[in-house]
Design a binder for this molecule. Structure first.
Ligand SMILES: N[C@@H](CCC(=O)N[C@@H](CS)C(=O)NCC(=O)O)C(=O)O
Length: 214
């Protein structure tokens, strides 16, 4: 199997974290054509990275679909809890990342970073970030305590987005964005202490720095 990957992508990073965590024999490669080019779209019809290519050439796009597929075909070192409730709680963290944190807070900050003067007068975008972090604090309060459970796919899905929060917020004058959210801060400390998460995270941070010309 082959993963078409971009190190700066939070979606590709969550899959790489899973691959490291499960010690999978998956080749990890950059896409053979630039994003958004005609050649890229021809090769990858969904137009997005990551894409998992199976040995028979079948393509699976979408990070969450890829992660669930990898769990199904390689159940050893399971990253999914047993039982319907545990699975649903795992999904909640992934859904929070993709339907709340990213569109609600990260995309607006990211757009501002790419706009000259965009980090000034960012009160609205910063308020949106606070809203989403407060939502996660409440969500974590509803979920089983991290001391009572194993790391799962939901944690891996959320970790790279949280990394982006920690990378972007300081550029807007918020050096410690998790300071007011003790459960989020404890969750982050726990997740980022995992070796596979730390490896994916370090790769993503290095690539983001390059991406921003740092
Ligand atoms: N829902 C997709 C999102 C993937 C995604 O947005 N990937 C970005 C890289 S971070 C991409 O390929 N962007 C290219 C584009 O939007 O043209 C997933 O979970 O894999």
């Amino acid at each position: 199997m082959k993963l078409y990957n971009l190190d700066h992508s939070p979606y590709a990073t969550r899959v790489r974290m899973q691959i490291y965590k499960k010690n999978l024999a998956v080749d990890i490669e950059a896409p053979p054509a630039p994003l958004r080019s005609a050649a890229f779209l021809q090769r990858f019809p969904m137009g997005k990275i990551p894409v998992l290519e199976l040995d028979d050439g079948t393509q699976l796009p979408d990070s969450w679909v890829i992660m669930e597929y990898l769990e199904d075909v390689i159940p050893a070192i399971s990253l999914r809890p047993e039982g319907a409730r545990g699975r649903a709680q795992m999904q909640l963290l992934a859904r929070y990342a993709d339907t709340y944190l990213s569109p609600g807070a990260l995309f607006p900050l990211f757009t501002r970073i790419q706009t000259p003067g965009g980090t000034d007068d960012a009160a609205e975008a910063l308020a949106a970030l606070e809203n989403e972090l407060a939502r996660l604090e409440r969500l974590l309060q509803m979920l089983p305590d991290i001391s009572q459970r194993e790391l799962h796919l939901g944690d891996l899905a959320l970790a790279p987005s949280m990394d982006y929060v920690l990378l972007l917020a300081p550029l807007f004058g918020r050096p410690e964005p998790l300071a007011d959210y003790p459960l989020v801060a404890a969750w982050w400390q726990w997740v980022s202490a995992d070796a596979a998460v730390a490896k994916g995270s370090a790769q993503m941070r290095a690539a983001v720095q390059k991406f921003f010309g740092g």
